[in-house]
Design a protein around this ligand. Structure first.
Ligand code: SF4
Length: 677
C-alpha cells in the first residue's frame, strides 16, 4: 500500500490530501495535517475527490459520430481526422478561423502546451473559463496593482483585524477560507459581508450589508468619499506609493452617502460604519469573488476595490491585501500560462513586439500572431457568424457554462469541425465531431497554481481507464502530426520550459516543487528562491512601481427589470456542486446532498403568485425559460431571485452582455419573471 501526497482537484484553495493506493487502485483519501492551507481538513468535494476515478461513465476510447450514433475509433484515426480538418480549415480560410478553449481543470503544462499549439498554428484564439469567472480580476488588478493575482496567502487572513467580503460566498464555494476568517474573528477581527443574499458566509459577519445586485461601485465609491471627507486616508502611503489620488478625490465628490444609499439600498449609517472600520483597521483585507467580477462593469468593480485598498494603505503588508477567490483548481495557472487571447505566457501582451520575439525565439518559431485573439464568448459569437469554422475544446462544457445557452448551441452546431476532449460525456460533447477520452486529475502529473499563487505538483497516482490519454500527451501528438516540433515528452520537461519562459516561475522546476507540501508561491525569480507570499511590499508590479488609483463610475447593468420582466435574476454556486457539475454529479456522496435546480425568491415577490415552497415554477427571461423548485426565503432581498448555475438550463436565462475590458459576461444581473407552472 502506498500513500501519495497530492492536491484537491476542485476549487482554487489548493488543499493538500493523501491518496492511498492498493494494487494500482486509489482506495482512500487521508488528511494532510501539515498542509499550510487546509491543515488536514477537507470540504465535501475534497472528500469525494476519488469518485471520478474509474467511474463507470468515464470515456474510454476516441469516438466519432456516424449517422447520429457514436462509434469507437482508433487514436490514429482520431488524430488524423483532427489534423486534416484543422489543416484544411486553416489553409483554406486562415488560422483565425480556428478557436481553442483551454481548461482551468488541466495542469499548467497542459494549458501552456495548448496555447503554444494554437499560437504556432497562427492564431491567438485561445481562452479558458477564467473569461467566465475572473477575467475582470486580471484586468482590474493589473491596471491598479500591476499583477492580476491575490496579494497574500489564504492563511494570512487570520492576521487581519478587518475583513471586507463582497460578492463571495466562500463558506460554500471555498470552504477552507472560512477557517482562516473564523480564526481572525476569534482574535477580534471585524467581519463585514456585502451580498444580495444572506448566504452561509454572511452567518459569520459582524455587519451584513444587503446590496442590490450590480451596485457595488456606488457602495465602494461612497465608502471612499466618506474616508476622504473624514480624513481617514493613509496619507503617507498615498504620497509615497500611489498615483491618481487627486483624480479620485474629484471623481468621488458626487458619491455622497445619500446617493450611495439610494443606489445600493444600504442605509447610510451602515456605509459610514464599515468605511470607518476598514479605514481605521491596522490590517484590513478585502475578499471578493464572482459577485464582483461577473458584471458588465466587472473590471471597474475590481478597480474600485483596489482604489479602496490603496486609499487606506491596506496592501503590501501581512494581514492586508485583496483576495480574489478563483473557482477552479488551476484558474490562476491557466492565466499565468497564457491560455488567454491577449497574453502570451507570463502576461506578455501579444502585441508587445520584443516580448513576443523573445518567446518566439525560445520556441524556435517565427511569426507568432500579434493580433489579439477572441475570448470564449467572442469565439462563440464568431462561430455563430461563420467566422470560426473549427474548434478544439479541452475540459470545458460551454453549453452549460457560457451565457445564453441557445445561442451557444446554434453557434457550435454551425462549426465545420468540433473536437471535445474530456473525461465524461457532457452537453458539449453531444455536438462534437470527435470526442477524445482524457485522463482525470489523479491519472496524470503536473503542476497547478492555487488562487493564492502557490504552485504545487500533482503526481500521477493511478493509470487512466481504457485507452484514455493525458491531455498533455494528446496535445503533443497533435502538435507533432501538425509538424510543429513540440518539445513535450512529459510534464517535467514542459515545466522546465515554463520556468525558462515565465520569469515568475523561473525557480519553479520539477526538482524544486515535487514533493514540496504547499508548493512554491510565485513570483519565484530564481532557483532556491523561497517564493513570495505577500506581493507589493516595496513596489507594485506596474511600470512605474506605483499603485494606480483609477476613477470609476457607477453604471447600470445591461438589462434592468421592466414591466414584462419585473425581477432581477442573479446566479451563483452551492456547496455540493462545482462548475457545470460534470465532475460533482458523478460523485455519489455529493449527489445525495445535491439540491438540484432551485430558485430562491423573497416572500414579498410571491404575494399574488400563488407560489409555495417546493412548487415547480417557471423562470423566464428574454432569452428563454426553465423550470425550477421554488425556495421562498427572506435570505434574498425583495425584487431579486437567485439560481445556482451548475445545472444545464440555468444559462438559458443569462445575458451575454460583456464587460468591455475583460469581456466577461454579466451572469450576475438580468431581468426575469416567475410564474407558477
Ligand atoms: Fe478541495 Fe477547495 Fe474543498 Fe479544499 S476547499 S477540499 S481545495 S474543494
Amino acid at each position: 500500500m502506498q500513500k501519495i501526497a497530492t492536491v484537491c482537484p476542485y476549487c482554487g484553495c489548493g488543499c493538500g490530501l493523501y491518496v492511498t493506493v492498493e494494487n494500482g487502485k486509489a482506495t482512500n483519501v487521508e488528511y494532510m495535517s501539515e498542509h499550510p492551507v487546509n491543515k488536514g481538513a477537507l470540504c465535501p468535494k475534497g472528500n469525494a475527490a476519488l469518485e471520478v476515478i474509474n467511474h463507470p461513465d468515464r470515456l474510454l476510447y476516441p469516438m466519432r459520430k456516424r449517422r447520429g450514433t457514436w462509434i469507437k475509433i482508433s487514436w490514429d484515426k482520431a488524430f488524423n481526422s483532427i489534423v486534416s480538418n484543422f489543416r484544411k480549415i486553416r489553409d483554406a480560410q486562415g488560422p483565425d478561423t480556428l478557436g481553442f478553449i483551454s481548461s482551468a481543470k488541466c495542469t499548467n503544462e497542459e494549458n501552456y502546451s495548448l496555447q503554444k499549439l494554437a499560437r504556432m498554428l497562427g492564431t491567438n484564439n485561445i481562452d479558458h473559463c477564467a473569461r467566465l469567472c475572473h477575467a475582470s480580476t486580471l484586468t482590474g488588478l493589473t491596471a491598479t496593482l500591476g499583477r492580476g493575482a491575490m496579494t497574500n496567502p489564504i492563511p494570512d487572513l487570520a492576521n487581519s483585524d478587518c475583513i471586507f467580503i463582497i460578492g463571495s460566498n466562500f463558506a460554500e464555494n471555498h470552504p477552507m477560507v472560512s477557517g482562516w476568517v473564523w480564526d481572525a474573528k476569534d482574535k477580534g477581527a471585524k467581519i463585514i459581508v456585502v451580498d444580495p443574499r444572506y448566504s452561509p458566509t454572511a452567518w459569520m459577519s459582524d455587519i451584513f450589508l444587503e446590496i442590490k445586485p450590480g451596485t457595488d461601485i456606488a457602495l465602494i465609491n461612497g465608502m471612499i468619499h466618506y474616508i476622504i471627507k473624514e480624513n481617514l486616508t493613509n496619507k503617507d502611503f498615498i504620497r509615497k506609493r500611489t498615483s491618481g489620488f487627486e483624480q479620485i478625490v474629484t471623481s468621488i465628490e458626487k458619491y455622497t452617502l445619500p446617493l450611495a444609499e439610494d443606489i445600493t439600498g444600504i442605509p447610510q449609517d451602515k456605509i459610514r460604519q464599515v468605511a470607518r472600520i476598514y479605514a481605521k483597521a491596522k490590517r484590513g483585507a478585502i475578499i471578493f469573488c464572482m459577485g464582483i467580477t461577473q458584471h458588465t462593469c466587472g473590471s471597474d468593480n475590481v478597480i474600485a476595490l483596489a482604489n479602496l485598498a490603496l486609499v487606506c494603505g491596506q496592501v503590501g503588508r501581512v494581514g492586508t491585501g485583496v483576495f480574489p477567490l478563483r473557482g477552479q483548481d488551476n484558474v490562476q495557472g491557466a492565466c499565468d500560462m497564457g491560455a488567454l487571447p491577449d497574453f502570451l505566457p507570463g502576461y506578455i501582451r501579444v502585441n508587445d513586439e520584443a516580448g513576443r520575439a523573445e518567446i518566439a525565439q525560445k520556441w524556435g518559431w517565427e511569426n507568432l500572431p500579434k493580433r489579439p485573439g477572441l475570448t470564449v464568448v467572442e469565439m462563440i459569437n464568431a462561430a455563430a457568424e461563420g467566422r470560426i469554422r473549427g474548434m478544439y475544446i479541452m475540459g470545458e462544457n460551454p453549453l452549460v457554462s457560457a451565457p445564453n445557452t441557445q445561442h451557444v448551441q446554434e453557434a457550435l452546431k454551425n462549426l465545420d469541425f468540433l473536437v471535445v476532449q474530456d473525461i465524461f460525456l457532457n452537453e458539449t460533447t453531444e455536438l462534437a465531431d470527435v470526442i477524445l477520452p482524457a485522463a482525470c486529475w489523479a491519472e496524470k502529473e503536473g503542476t497547478v497554481t492555487a488562487t493564492d499563487r502557490s504552485v504545487q505538483w500533482r503526481p500521477k497516482i493511478v493509470a487512466p481507464p481504457g485507452e484514455a490519454k493525458t491531455d498533455l500527451d494528446i496535445i503533443c501528438e497533435i502538435a507533432e502530426r501538425l509538424g510543429l516540433g513540440f518539445n513535450c515528452q512529459n510534464a517535467e520537461e514542459v515545466l522546465r520550459e515554463v520556468s525558462d519562459v515565465i520569469p515568475s516561475y523561473a525557480g519553479i522546476t520539477p526538482e524544486q516543487v515535487k514533493g514540496r507540501i504547499g508548493g512554491i508561491t510565485w513570483p519565484c525569480p530564481f532557483l532556491d528562491n523561497p517564493g513570495t507570499s505577500v506581493l507589493h511590499t516595496e513596489s507594485f508590479g506596474t511600470p512605474d512601481s506605483l499603485g494606480h488609483m483609477i476613477p470609476v463610475e457607477y453604471q447600470f447593468p445591461a438589462e434592468q427589470p421592466n414591466d414584462k420582466y419585473p425581477l432581477t435574476l442573479t446566479t451563483g454556486r452551492v456547496a455540493m456542486d462545482y462548475n457545470t457539475g460534470a465532475m460533482t454529479r458523478k460523485a455519489t456522496p455529493l449527489l445525495r446532498r445535491d439540491p438540484g435546480l432551485f430558485v430562491e425568491i423573497n416572500p414579498k415577490d410571491v404575494e399574488n403568485l400563488n407560489i409555495e415552497n417546493d412548487d415547480e415554477v417557471e423562470i423566464s427571461t428574454k432569452r428563454g425559460k426553465i423550470k425550477a423548485r421554488a425556495v421562498i426565503t427572506e435570505t434574498i432581498i425583495p425584487g431579486v431571485v437567485f439560481i445556482p448555475f451548475h445545472f444545464p438550463g440555468a444559462n438559458v436565462l443569462t445575458i451575454d452582455a460583456l464587460d468591455p475590458q475583460a469581456k466577461i459576461p454579466e451572469f450576475k444581473v438580468c431581468a426575469c419573471k416567475i410564474n407558477k407552472k
